[in-house]
Design a protein around this ligand. Sequence first.
Ligand SMILES: C[S@@+](CC[C@H](N)C(=O)[O-])C[C@H]1O[C@@H](n2cnc3c(N)ncnc32)[C@H](O)[C@@H]1O
Length: 282
Amino acid sequence: MTGHARMERLPSPGGLGEAQLRDTQKAFDSVAADYDGPRGNNELIQRMRGTMWKTIGDVLPSGSRLLDLGCGTGLDAVELARHGYEVVASDWSPAMVERTRMRATEEAVGSKVSAVHLGVQQLHQLGGRFDGVYSNFGPLNCAPDLRAVANECARLVRPGGSLVFSVMGRVCPWEVGHYAVRRRFGRAGIRFARGAQSVGMNGHTIWTYYYMPREFYAAFEQHFELAGYRALSLFLPPPYMVDRYRRRPAWYERLGRMDDRLGGLRWLRDMGDHFLIVMHRR
Ligand SMILES: C[S@@+](CC[C@H](N)C(=O)[O-])C[C@H]1O[C@@H](n2cnc3c(N)ncnc32)[C@H](O)[C@@H]1O
């Protein structure tokens, strides 16, 4: 996810309850109208989105039936529909679902995209069979029970099918540096904290878990084989620092090329703003 500012510990160490899920829903409802702007789709986000699209294209052929978890305004679903995929696009925010539905209609892919109001905690309500499931920019960081999501994905995805997820990681050197020099040490270390963290957006709260890639994969490994993972925005800064990028785009593009070339290396892929992980159904 992008643009997070305020964070603190969940008062009780338990999982996310109904109240926290509603907080997150309200937060995203409140930004849905302008989420295609700098907050949700700036140059740094578009760069990561491009890597996501390429990865989906590499593992799932056009014509596949896909499930999008946390579709936002439907940018990915509509792009994939344009390339011949059939997408069930789901989100916990009704306002985001409406944006997706409108975008699909406007872009004349309404018959390929079905937008549904469904949280990742409600996947047991969804039927059907999918060739793959994808989730972009951290919706799974908001899942109250990642193992339950993994079990539902196992039920929904055919053997040999794929999962492609971009997830907010724990080790983001840019973020640590950014807040440490401002002496905001609690904020600098927030991704290392255990349990759900409260993250401010637009005067609302998003409840967020952060993961190391291996920690994330542990929830899925019973049913899914790990194909690989890579860092996204390790050399480039996180999207909320887009102003830096805009001041010196050519210089930052060089860092972007380093992300492309080196983000999959063993000692680097555990870091970055997000990681992109691919798994196959056993
Ligand atoms: C950072 S946005 C990313 C949206 C979109 N995937 C994209 O690439 O632009 C995170 C999305 O996750 C959704 N979300 C948050 N909690 C969720 C949940 N429990 N179940 C499903 N979606 C959720 C939000 O409503 C929001 O649309």
